[in-house]
Design a protein around this ligand. Structure first.
Ligand SMILES: [Zn+2]
Length: 420
């Protein structure tokens, strides 16, 4: 009797102790696991963000020999590059993921490869893998647009933007995507893209990840299908906040009647758009590759366990807007002309590809107010510009930035120009 009462008292004390632990102290799945998986199961041979169809599927070949994954050839393109799906798990809830419908947006294709390798090779004791396998059926279509990927362009082989073809489905890629969705009546969808230079809010940091639970109608109404996507988006925000902080944004939710995300939502598939943007000093998007693994694992686990249904939407709703930047500026510069007095002139550098920083044109004009995460000297015909801010920035080359994705100021007299 005495022992029993002591036991009950201890249990009550333990319960009180557990209740006293703040929720934030218990990290929800799967940030830590995601980072570990992204590094341990990183598929080799995909080291740069431009890769061919042959290179991609050759790199994945060892993983595809596993009985745990199922490879389905969806179409043989006349170009010789097949569109494939890889399905993980056999549970009742269906989750469709597709990447690289725009051929030059490849970050998430690398992430899907890593997830496939993990799923095929993780030990039986991996409870995360077992949970997903038992509760979800997850067809993945990496590289939906292999012909665009081959040339690293947005459109398909005949120059059509597949993401403007959801209603007509004139393209084989669009028909395939619609067909897979319909065949499994996908409960959830993940529409995986890359974006260029954007800021979180008007004067915010460079966006690393932008999210959207697309509208299913022009009224942007929150029906149950879209609401589920909103909750999954909130799960992703929570999972990435410790690493990205203010470098996340919410994409404009104006209804896009030709786009797949919006139509998927209307067709009954709760769809989340993930846009991989820019991380400083990550031109090949290898950090974004890992961040996508973390985001997708967190979302899949939350769907599998039902946690997403109980997640408040505030984390997603309160994201700043995902603002496009037409002319990434280098503010506070000076044009230096030999011994003449320097002329204050901010220098804008526009890139065809802002991540690779290629195809640039320059423009000299009045001040912009923002600062940007990269620093670079401007040799040759473009006059050097000097930072107007004090700091400890190195004198040349692509330099580091602080955690908010903002540039540090240059040394007076250096030849740095900030741009994005
Ligand atoms: Zn895209």
């Amino acid at each position: 009797m005495h022992e029993t009462s002591v036991g009950l008292g201890s249990a009550a004390a333990l319960l009180l102790l557990l209740l006293a632990v703040p929720a934030t102290a218990q990290e929800p799945c799967c940030r830590s696991a995601g980072w570990e998986i992204a590094e341990r199961y990183r598929v080799e041979g995909l080291d740069e963000r431009r890769f061919t169809h042959e290179q991609y599927w050759r790199s994945l070949a060892p993983a595809l020999r596993s009985d745990r994954v199922e490879l389905t050839r969806l179409a043989n393109r006349w170009t010789g590059r097949a569109i494939n799906a890889v399905t993980l798990g056999s549970g009742p809830t269906t989750v469709l993921l597709w990447s690289q419908m725009h051929g030059d947006e490849s970050a998430a294709s690398m992430s899907l490869a890593d997830l496939i390798l993990w799923f095929s090779a993780a030990p039986d004791s991996d409870t995360l893998r077992a949970t997903l396998a038992d509760r979800l059926t997850i067809p993945m279509i990496p590289m939906l647009n292999p012909d665009g990927a081959e040339r690293f362009v947005r459109e398909n082989a005949v120059g059509i933007d597949i993401n403007r073809d959801a209603r007509r489905t004139a393209t084989p890629e669009g028909r395939i995507l619609r067909g897979v969705r319909d065949s499994i009546e996908a409960d959830f969808g993940f529409n995986l893209h890359d974006q260029g230079t954007r800021t979180a809010g008007e004067d915010g940091a460079m966006v690393a990840i932008a999210l959207l639970a697309p509208a299913a109608d022009s009224a942007r109404s929150w029906g149950p299908v879209r609401q589920r996507a909103r909750k999954v988006s909130a799960v992703i925000v929570e999972s990435l906040t410790p690493d990205l902080g203010s470098r996340m944004a919410r994409y404009d939710d104006e209804f896009a009647p030709r786009a797949f995300g919006d139509n998927m939502q209307a067709w009954g598939t709760s769809t989340v758009l993930i846009e991989s943007g820019i991380v400083v000093d990550d031109p090949q998007k290898q950090e974004l590759r890992k961040l996508n693994v973390v985001a997708l694992l967190s979302a899949l686990h939350a769907i599998a366990t039902g946690r997403s249904d109980a997640t408040p939407t505030a984390a997603y709703d309160e994201l700043p807007t995902n603002n496009p930047v037409e002319r990434p500026p280098a503010a506070g510069g000076q044009i230096v002309l030999g011994e003449a007095a320097p002329i204050r002139a901010d220098i804008a550098i526009r890139f065809d590809d802002p991540v690779a920083r290629t195809g640039r044109t320059t423009e000299r004009s009045e001040t912009w107010q923002r600062s940007w995460p990269w620093t670079r000297s401007t040799p040759g015909a473009v006059p050097a510009c000097r930072s107007g801010r004090r700091g400890n920035h190195p004198a040349r080359g692509a330099g580091p930035a602080d955690g908010a994705g903002r540039a540090r100021g240059g040394q007076p007299g250096s030849v740095d120009c900030r741009y994005g």
